[in-house]
Design a protein around this ligand. Structure first.
Ligand code: URA
Ligand code: SF4
Length: 475
């Protein structure tokens, strides 16, 4: 009998298996085992008689087998090495073996790879980072995120690239009983190390929020089926999750807080990570309250989504909710809305027929005593919020968009759009085929004298009439 000790990873098995195959060992002559349960880091090759088969110099190894074997190799089932050798050996004569689903070896391989895949999935979802202050190599303090997790199988190398991509700009370490892995953003490098016990994991929990958000971001409510999620998440994990009570709220959240955090570290503000993939209005409305795409959510009462029917032919885009809209959660219900509705009424346009929304979904103001004074959004805020407007455009697919005022015009027609010289004309925009710009109803209210008031009101009404007329027919 000869016995070779090897680390139990795929590479080691591959070399041992090639060696055995080259010498002509049949599967039943060989026993490939992890060295012992206490020392599972060693794989032994044992053979106790002369090879009983022909030597195989150049083994035939289909790509699909290689992939499956790499996954099965990290499974804790002690029989996996023998199974893989048996399959490899049989594949030399039975080229289509892997397609024979009823074959017990093939079915067993499928069972192992399925379980590993599920384990990988769960680790993606349940790893929980905590913030610790750890000095870097040069002794400078840095923010470091650490997670401790116990996977069912030895999957750390399989999951590491996922976390490297998702948390590319952060310093993080994941500890498991089998192995640990560390990511250094500056070098864009994954480093693997030994496993550690639970007690070496972080205790302080400065950023429970980060984990909550991460969790919320994994389970995109737009696509989420709570029943499926419950089934997918075995009860034993639930004990680990402080946010089980939060599930109902989490289900309401859009994905992306963590992505947004990452983007903000890079100096970008955008609603994009919060916007669900599906752009149905009900889904958008449900996701919008969780937006933290720019600073404006912090002081406003609530987000104000657009109102109107999916399939409306005309979309009106204002600037942002005002004081009253912020309180009521509906667009154009304050004084400016009054002017707009008056014009619609005089043109005999049913407000229910048009879709009304804003370029920016949160109220921006400064507090002066009891008053909240409206402030114009900056270009950065208009840009940050545009993904919501785009999603609404995509849901409604209006034939014509009428921008009310400079902010909406800048959002859809570019930051240098000159409202007073270009209003009342049809423009093409990257976001909608036919876009018209007009004055904002609040500008009508602010007019200095009666003549100015009338002129601006007529601009608004004329442009509204034109936009409505155009929207009655396809382009
Ligand atoms: N002004 C706007 O631009 N939008 C509103 O919703 C209300 C006032
Ligand atoms: Fe998000 Fe827009 Fe509100 Fe900013 S204004 S937080 S981008 S919804």
């Amino acid at each position: 009998m000869h016995r070779v000790a090897l680390p139990p990873d795929f590479q080691a098995w591959r070399e041992a298996a090639r060696d055995a195959l080259r010498q002509g060992y049949l599967p039943e002559q060989i026993d490939l085992q992890d060295d012992s349960l206490e020392r599972p880091m060693v794989l032994a090759l044992e053979a106790d008689e002369a090879p009983g088969g022909p030597p195989v110099e150049r083994p035939h190894v289909p790509k699909a087998f290689l992939e499956a074997a790499q996954n099965a190799a990290v499974h804790r089932d002690p029989n996996r090495w023998n199974l893989l050798y048996r399959l490899l050996s049989r594949l030399q004569a039975e080229r289509n073996l892997l397609h024979v689903g009823v074959d017990t070896d093939v079915a067993e391989l499928r069972r192992l790879t399925d379980q590993v895949r599920r384990d990988v999935h769960k680790m993606h979802a349940f790893v929980r980072f905590r913030k610790v202050d750890a000095p870097d190599e040069t002794g400078n303090p840095t923010e470091h995120y650490i997670a401790w997790y116990r996977p069912d199988h030895r999957i750390v190398p399989l999951v590491a690239p996922f976390f490297a991509e998702r948390f590319a700009v952060m310093h993080w370490t994941i500890l498991t009983p089998d192995a640990s892995v560390r990511w250094t953003p500056e070098q864009r490098q994954l480093e693997f190390g030994p496993g550690v016990g639970r007690e070496q994991g972080p205790r302080e929990d400065d950023v429970e929020d980060l984990w909550r958000s991460y969790y919320a971001s994994i389970f995109n409510p737009a696509r989420l089926n709570p029943e499926a999620m419950r089934n997918e998440m075995p009860i034993r994990y639930w004990g680990n999750l402080p946010e089980v009570d939060l599930l109902p709220q989490l289900l309401q959240r859009a994905e992306g807080r963590v992505e947004s955090m990452v983007l903000q570290q890079k100096g970008k503000t955008t609603a994009a990570p919060f916007v669900p993939a599906e752009h149905e209005l009900t889904i958008l409305r449900r996701a919008m309250p969780s937006c933290e795409g720019c600073e404006l959510y912090k002081h406003a009462t609530q987000v104000v989504p657009g109102v109107g029917a999916e399939g409306a032919h005309l979309m009106l885009v204002g600037e942002q909710p005002g004081d009253k809209e912020d309180v009521e959660g509906l667009p154009f219900v304050g004084p400016a809305g009054g002017v707009l509705r008056k014009a619609l009424g005089e043109l005999r346009i049913d407000p229910a027929e048009v879709f009304m929304t804003n370029a920016v979904k949160h109220f921006k103001f400064v507090q002066r005593g009891k008053l909240r004074l409206h402030q114009n959004p900056r270009m950065g805020e208009i840009n940050a919020c545009r993904p919501w407007l785009r999603a609404e455009l995509d849901a409604v697919k209006p034939r014509v968009v009428l921008c009310l005022g400079a902010s909406a015009s800048k959002s859809l027609l570019g930051g240098t759009f000159a409202l007073m010289t270009s209003r009342g004309k049809v423009h093409e925009s990257p976001y909608a085929e036919r876009v018209i710009a007009t004055v904002h109803p609040s500008a009508v209210l602010r007019a200095r004298d009666q003549a100015g008031h009338e002129q601006l009101y007529n601009f608004l009404k004329d442009d509204l009439a034109m936009a409505y007329e155009l929207s009655r027919h396809p382009a």
